[in-house]
Design a protein around this ligand. Structure first.
Ligand code: AMP
Ligand code: MG
Length: 402
């Protein structure tokens, strides 16, 4: 048996970062920056008003209330207009250019602190100080400033910032296109009644969804029967179209495990028994340079194997710095028992935050590797090292899945 850490090390070494590419902002959500992003201009790029109100020279409002002549209106988006002379004000809207010129306005009085004072006049009710409600050039971003370091995952806010400096594209590590192939004569995706021995293909939709959640571009390679030619055709399609491939089933020691036969012929594979439960059988290698993860067929094993091995490797390919799910200590609300077997057990648990501010866990249900519902209900995996498990009220390490 190989340890989780040793298997991971081999996998990560064979999954290099994908080649960088310029993407439009609309396509870059969730991608990781491939270089530093530098601002081309200041934001704001001109002094403007933070309020709807009146642009004034603060000195003219000393001894308020005072009445000023309103000599014009400045709207957002309008070119620079009237200037403010002594004793004058300009009606101004949020985002409009601050009146400049020989007597530049230096403060905004919000409309709520003013009152109409007859035609073309306004009463300023409270004295303003220079700079009141003025947005200064470069206050948010300076031209030449590094906005984001390489390795930054672009969220909605980042895309907004890039748009604010006029970036049309951004250099990122692209999302990995990852193919999913399920294998097994017993599988069906048809809505018909099941024939004896048939089961529905649950791994393929599950793995496609796990990929989407991991920020990859899932590619459905369908389901192949336990047949060498069919599996070969699907793998070859995957290698041609994808950056990585996940297969499920056929990597154990069964008589019809043709995934093993095909991958051994096409690629350079490791066939591991990992010291972990669930997810013991795992195949990993490359076919024509494309990483291939041969995940076990049992649905819980397939999902845990994806979490432990495929997800970190795919994140690395997509340029992420943080590869692994967070692990936190939690309190057991019930005993989590296991038998010593030389393996680390990942127990499906529901983790909640209690009034004591700590994370608490209890089992989400049966722990068999075919019991997918208990896996679906779990939001974390409790990590039980080899031994007899833990008592209630003990501290256990948990890997958060959400
Ligand atoms: P295998 O790894 O092919 O020996 O399969 C192990 C177990 O997982 C068997 O009970 C299979 O029927 C089941 N299995 C394999 N592939 C899938 C799948 N795509 N969806 C649900 N169960 C599967
Ligand atoms: Mg099978």
């Amino acid at each position: 048996m190989i340890s989780v850490e040793d298997a991971r090390a081999v996998i990560l070494a064979a999954c290099p970062v994908l080649t960088r590419r310029a993407l439009s902002l609309g396509d870059a959500l969730g991608c990781v920056t491939a270089g530093s992003v530098v601002a081309g201009h200041d934001v704001p790029s001109f002094a403007n008003s933070a309020m709807d109100g009146f642009a004034v020279r603060a000195a003219d409002t000393a001894g308020a209330p005072v009445t000023l002549d309103v000599v014009g209106t400045a709207a957002a988006g309008a070119p620079p207009g009237v200037e403010v002379g002594p004793g004058q004000a300009v009606r101004i809207m949020t985002g409009a250019i601050l009146p400049a010129g020989a007597f530049p306005a230096d403060a905004i009085v919000m409309v709520e602190r003013t009152a109409p004072a007859g035609a073309g006049r306004v009463s300023i009710e409270a004295a303003a100080s220079a700079g009141d409600h003025v947005r200064h050039p470069g206050e948010d971003i300076r031209a030449g400033q590094t906005l984001f370091e390489p390795g930054t995952e672009l969220g909605p806010g980042h895309l907004g910032v890039l748009a604010s400096v006029g970036a049309a594209t951004v250099d990122v590590v692209p999302k990995a296109r990852v193919g999913v192939l399920s294998t097994g004569d017993e599988l069906t995706s048809a809505p018909d009644d099941l024939r004896p021995g048939q089961i529905r293909d649950s791994n393929r939709p599950m793995l496609l969804a796990l990929l989407a959640k991991a920020g990859c571009l899932p590619v459905d390679l369908g389901s192949a029967p336990d047949d060498e030619a069919a599996i070969t055709a699907a793998i070859e399609r995957g290698v041609a179209e994808c950056d990585a491939i996940l297969t499920s089933g056929g990597v154990s020691v069964g008589d019809f495990d043709y995934v093993k036969v095909v991958l051994d012929r096409l690629g350079d594979m490791h066939w591991w028994q990992v010291a972990v439960k669930p997810a013991k059988p795992l195949a990993f290698g490359t076919v024509a340079g494309t990483p291939v993860f041969g995940l076990p067929g049992n649905p819980v094993s397939s999902m845990v194997s994806f979490e432990l091995f495929a997800r970190p490797a795919l994140r690395q390919m997509m340029g992420h710095r943080e590869l692994f799910r967070p692990q936190l200590p939690a309190v057991t609300d019930e005993p989590l028992r296991r038998h010593p077997d030389g393996k680390v057990h990942f127990v499906r648990v529901v983790a909640t935050t209690d009034d004591d501010g700590r994370l608490h866990v209890r089992s989400s249900g049966g722990q068999g590797s075919h019991l997918l519902r208990a896996m679906a209900l779990a939001n974390a995996l409790a990590v039980l090292p080899d031994g007899a498990g833990v008592d209630a009220n003990a501290t256990v390490k948990v890997m958060l899945l959400t």
